[in-house]
Design a protein around this ligand. Sequence first.
Ligand code: 1HE
Length: 264
Amino acid sequence: MAPHDPPPLPTSLTAEWRGDIAILRLARPEKRNALNDPTVEGIGAFFSSLPAHVKAVVLDSMGDNFSAGLDLLELSECSTVEGVAHSMMWHRAFEQIELGRVPVVAVLKGAVVGGGLELAVSAHIRVAERSAYYALPEGQRGIFVGGGASVRVPRLIGASRMAGMMLTGRVYGADEGQALGISHYLVDNGEGLTKALDLAGKIALNAPITNFAVMHALPRIAEANPREGFMLEALMAAIAQGSDEAKERLRAFLDKRAKKVTEF
Ligand code: 1HE
């Protein structure tokens, strides 16, 4: 493999490299990007073996839908023990996104449902197109979420709202998803990738220590008891500001060489 080659991916995924940004695409639109085992394992493998030059990833999809969730063909014959292993395989794969090496920006459109929503909420930033809608149809299928939704979705919208989605099959539209905090940005249909690439480009310009702290320290601090949280924050802040890059960036601002904060 050449240094920039991705690991071998299943046919349901494609990778594209644009400078220091990688784009991973769900590529099974004829099945609404339903997630089968090779796809989920391929996602994990992709994020755990990113080339060193990659500084941010955009997670995109082919067709009109982000993902219809679990490939329902797969669970129909699963035993209880196999079911546990299957769910834990999803957890491992999506942890490679959430606690991976670089921030991930997901582009959401059409169906973002079941395991598709679980995949989306593993990313750090979500850009939704107006066509996006969110649901957890596990309740209607007689199953339970297994790709990390019960940990990650309540942190975004609260356990009570997630219970409502699962018990009644409630579907939230893109506007509601934006108001609830599922998406960070809401854009017109067809504009999600451009916006995501723009954001990924900004992320790639950050000091690596800042991206590391946001990905790995912030979620742990947010979950910690406040006393430990303040201490972790102080330690992380000291490590970050002690870096040569931080010193240079602070000096650049004081020398009027750095951009000011602007409203837009
Ligand atoms: C699928 C799947 C799938 C579509 N597994 N094959 N997820 C769900 O319960 C959602 C199920 N899907 C749907 O409700 C609809 O497909 C959509 C609303 C997403 C899209 O509707 P539409 O009209 O655009 O497409 P379609 O005609 O329903 O589907 C096109 C094809 O994709 C069709 O196959 P075909 O061979 O007849 O062409 C569908 O069978 C196939 N397809 N969705 C398998 N999900 C770790 S636990 C996670 C648990 C879950 O994610 S549960 C939620 C599962």
